[in-house]
Write a new protein. Structure first.
Length: 448
């Protein structure tokens, strides 16, 4: 996940650096000691976040350090005053790199990217290896999706072998954006080796590990991200997904529950917790979560079928039929049409089921087994042909689907011996990830 530039952190970091480097080069030891004491006093205020008090000390003591003052002004949101001061310094010396860089911060705070970019490019003409300017320009190029240019800037910032965290993390991100995942992984790991509390390096590295199907490694990285910032909601969502993929359904649901404690309006947390509950066999909880997710986002089309199946399982035929039909209208999948029809029949609306199939049967190719089963749904005398076509089907997956929709028909009309026979064959057929397998399992469980 991309971290936005934390402008206040950048300014405070620069401010601290200015304090560290500040001192009086002339005027005698007594004057130098006095100014050093003032700098120490301001540094303590900066550390505690008292920027207004720091600038108050500077102005009272009348220190003559325009660059330090400009950063104090920026930290106190006196952007116009800082700009005037910095432009005055640049007029005196238009190659004053520090003044130029601080002026780029003025434009950054205003959101004036073209002006910020122009200043940074001028700095790099004067000093091509300038670390601060390269990192800042790399960030701008990355935001513009100019990844090669960003990569070059970050590379120059790192070219002397010094560890620069913003450059290392920025380079990792532009490599990741170019799908150069293994290269990016090395740079994220370097960030973590140098700073065990960089949450965003762990988050991004977990993404790469997950793509590599290293779910254990991805989960461990997200454990660290949660440790660093237990109030960051997306860490729980991301870890919940990783645990879902790796079959840790109980802990996956717990992560989504934690996210919902923090924000109970997140439809995706309900939707994915529903998946975790469903995979753990906690179907009533899954039904409730799918319902909640769709109440928040009625256009969550991925949820139509799992929600419809859960409704079908509970015997809520009318709403089940509606959601199967919504899914059918999106892609004209004949399976969803047949499920919608079966739900309508179970709700006592066979006439509507017949019309649904009659109006849409010609969208199914005649060589498709489901065409013949659909005809059986509206013409009971077509049963012999439908069963014959099932027997002729050579593809095991298509045959399994055919058995299922015959089983649903027989089950709907109370022919339990045939429906149970087909449900059992489906469960034994080796397609556990399919909806046909899942419903067959439910049906056999109910009959048992």
């Amino acid at each position: 996940m991309e971290k936005p530039l934390d402008k206040s952190s950048v300014l405070i970091f620069i401010l601290a650096a200015v304090f560290f480097l500040s001192g009086c080069a002339t005027g005698g030891k007594m004057k130098a000691d006095k100014e050093e004491n003032i700098i120490d006093a301001m540094t303590e205020e900066v550390k505690t976040g008292s920027m207004d008090r720091a600038i108050e000390i500077y102005e009272q003591k009348k220190i003559d350090d325009p660059l330090l003052y400009s950063i104090l002004l920026l930290n106190n949101n006196r952007i116009d005053d800082a700009e005037i001061l910095l432009n005055g310094e640049i007029e005196k010396d238009n190659s004053n790199i520090k003044a130029l860089y601080y002026l780029s911060l003025v434009y950054n705070l205003r959101g004036d990217v073209p002006s910020e970019k122009k200043i940074l490019e001028k700095i790099l003409l004067l000093d091509p290896d300038n670390i601060d300017a390269n990192v800042s320009l790399g960030r701008i190029h990355a935001s513009e999706k100019k990844y090669r240019e960003a990569e070059a800037c970050y590379g120059r910032a790192l070219s002397k072998g010094e560890y620069i965290e913003d450059a290392e993390l920025g380079l990792a991100r532009v490599l990741l954006a170019q799908k150069r995942n293994q290269e990016a992984l090395k740079h994220y790991s370097n960030v973590i080796d140098n700073n065990r509390d960089n949450q965003f390096a762990y988050m991004d590295r977990s993404w790469i590990k997950a793509l590599n199907e290293d779910y254990e490694g991805a989960e461990k990285d997200l454990d660290e991200a949660v440790r660093i910032d237990p109030d960051y909601i997306w860490n729980y969502l991301d870890r919940g997904r990783i645990r879902l993929y790796s079959g840790k359904y109980k802990s996956s649901a717990e992560d989504f529950s934690k996210a919902l404690e923090m924000d109970n309006s997140l439809f995706i947390a309900y939707a994915q917790r529903a998946e975790a509950y469903e995979m753990a066999g906690r179907d009533d909880l899954a039904l409730n979560d799918y319902k909640k997710a769709l109440s928040i986002r009625p256009d969550y089309v991925k949820g139509y079928i799992p929600y419809a199946l859960q409704l079908y399982r509970k015997g809520e035929w009318r709403e089940s039929s509606e959601y199967f039909l919504k899914a059918y209208n999106l892609g004209k999948n004949p399976e969803y049409m047949l499920l919608s029809a079966a739900a309508l029949i179970s709700s006592g609306k066979k006439d509507q089921a017949d019309k649904l199939i009659a109006d849409n049967i010609n969208t199914i190719p005649r060589e498709n087994l489901l065409y013949h089963i659909a005809r059986f749904y509206i013409d009971k005398y077509y049963e012999t042909i439908a069963v014959q076509k099932l027997g002729e089907e050579k593809k095991s997956f298509d045959r399994m689907k055919g058995m299922f929709y015959l089983a649903i028909y027989y089950d709907t009309f109370g022919n339990n011996s045939l429906s149970e026979k087909y449900y059992t064959e489906i469960v034994d057929s080796g397609f556990p990830e399919t909806l046909e397998y899942r419903v067959s399992s439910w049906k056999l469980s109910d009959k048992g």
